[in-house]
Design a protein around this ligand. Structure first.
Ligand SMILES: Nc1ncnc2c1ncn2[C@@H]1O[C@H](COP(=O)(O)OP(=O)(O)OP(=O)(O)O)[C@@H](O)[C@H]1O
Length: 464
């Protein structure tokens, strides 16, 4: 299909890909100034009433479920040739299938993704829907202020739980599909999705799809050292007999969450890796830099960067950032639960030269993440919060205080392997002097300039 100019009020930028029944385009909503993904029914299916209805039904389910764990549908329309299209959240980071293509994932990354995928499927089950085609390519990834989030997508085969029994056509993808789904006329229920979750878990951890039943090979055989509880859970989800599986996605997900939070795993995995995309340890030794805020000769020699002010979308937080870093931003807040601190949605922002590169230690990027949370009667143990080394070696720790803030600073250098001068990473946890607020700050520099860190710290303000 040639690239159209527009679908309704959405400007088309490029084709993202095509599936069996539809093509998905990257578009731009000029009124709301935001990228969108637009799914358009393929021309060869336009006159098939069943496919047409299923396409619209997919949009309806996603719209009604309206969840942060699912692709959200914002709009629906019809082209002049009567083909329907719907407009949804653009997942800018590809799919879990792309991630797995590089090999099995680190344990924590795999468990984080599984928890989020499980939450998406749980939302569908509560909505009364069976997905029927959960697989890595149907789980999309989107940038968020503190890394990325999972969006379960492609409900082209989804069925309401009421309708699913005695369903005549088989649907699903071999390797992820439960045995009962391949039986024409067999009835299915939410446990078909539990099987697929088990298959996705298997592949995330081993890099391979599970063998087809009746062959059963526990994932620990391919990845020795897996926690036995995880091995058992995955094998039970992959039981040919659905009565032996966890009863639904919520049960499967809460078991994954328990395993993820179990003391054994927590001891082996620092908070940083549990809550964030892991930063790999780089190199053996680190040249510890001179005090961050001291005006060393290196600092004096580095050129001063022009600075500009950026506010988060709530307007509570203002930061001053080097202008050349302000290429891409997310201003709409974060959840301090990312750091294991209780709390809901809070003001936060991420500004960087490249948002997609932000959590990836292999890439050069400069930027700043700042997020607030309540410093209430039970303040978090900030030492505990910053307990892990983000790059190789020990960070240089330093107390920071000015008229507005008081707290601790951790500085790592030589974090970016091929940076021109070796990159640097700074984390800070600062308590406000007048307001019950704590600020968590990360600064990533592709070229280490201590004076820039000092200027950023001096420029952070609460506006109220
Ligand atoms: N919201 C989205 N944001 C970004 N890319 C998307 C989005 N939705 C779908 N895509 C991409 O568009 C392509 C086509 O998606 P689609 O759901 O139509 O089919 P599929 O999942 O590739 O195949 P099938 O439906 O046959 O299983 C895929 O590469 C998919 O990753």
């Amino acid at each position: 299909m040639a690239q159209p100019e527009r679908f309704g009020r959405y400007r088309v930028l490029r084709r993202l890909g095509s599936g069996s029944f539809a093509t998905v385009w990257l578009g731009h909503d000029d009124l709301l100034d935001t990228p969108v993904a637009i799914k358009v029914l393929a021309e060869n299916w336009a006159h098939n009433l069943d496919i047409h209805q299923r396409f619209v039904e997919e949009a309806r389910i996603l719209r009604q479920a309206d969840s942060e764990w699912l692709v959200r549908v914002h709009d629906i329309g019809t082209l002049p040739d009567d083909r329907p299209y719907f407009v949804m959240t653009y997942a800018d980071r590809g799919s879990v299938a792309d991630r797995i293509a590089a090999g099995p994932l680190p344990m924590d990354e795999a468990l984080r993704l599984l928890t989020e995928i499980g939450q998406g499927v749980t939302v569908l089950h509560r909505h009364g829907t069976i997905h029927r085609d959960i697989k890595p390519s149907n789980v999309l990834l989107q940038s968020s202020p503190v890394g990325e989030r999972v969006l379960v997508a492609d409900l082209g085969f989804a069925k309401s739980i009421d309708e699913a029994s005695g369903f005549t056509a088989s649907a699903g993808t071999p390797g992820y599909m439960s045995p009962e789904q391949s039986v024409i006329g067999g009835d299915i229920d939410v446990r078909a999705d539990v099987y697929s979750l088990g298959a996705v878990a298997y592949e995330l951890l081993t890099g391979k799809r599970p063998p087809r039943p009746p062959v059963r090979v526990p994932p620990s055989r391919l990845r020795p050292g897996l926690p036995p509880a995880l091995d058992e859970l995955i094998m039970s989800a992959l039981s040919p007999n659905r009565g032996d599986r966890p009863p639904d996605a919520a049960t499967f997900t809460s078991r994954i969450r328990e395993i993820r939070m179990s003391p054994d795993l927590a001891l082996a995995t620092p908070w940083w890796q549990r809550y964030r995309t892991a930063w790999t340890r780089l190199g053996a030794a680190v040249a510890v830099v001179a005090a961050v805020l001291a005006t060393t000769s290196a600092a004096a020699a580095s050129p001063r960067l022009p600075m500009m002010e950026v506010y988060d979308s709530s307007g509570e937080l203002r930061v001053r950032i080097p202008t050349p870093w302000v290429r891409q931003m997310q201003l709409n807040g974060w959840s301090p639960r990312e750091l294991g601190v209780p709390g809901g949605h809070e003001p936060g922002l991420l500004v960087a030269t490249d948002l997609a590169a932000w959590p990836d230690p292999e890439q050069e990027v400069s930027g700043l993440f700042a997020g607030l949370f309540a410093a209430d009667s039970q303040p978090p143990d900030l030492d505990l919060l910053i307990s892990a080394d983000l790059c190789a070696g020990e960070p240089q720790q330093q107390h920071f205080t000015n008229d507005h803030w008081d707290g601790e600073l951790w500085q790592w250098s030589d974090c970016v392997p091929d940076g021109p001068a070796g990159g640097a990473f700074t984390a800070a946890a600062l308590r406000h002097r007048d307001h019950e607020r704590t600020l968590y700050l990360e600064i990533r520099q592709s070229e280490h300039q201590p004076r820039t860190v000092a200027e950023i710290l001096e420029g952070v303000r609460l506006t109220s």
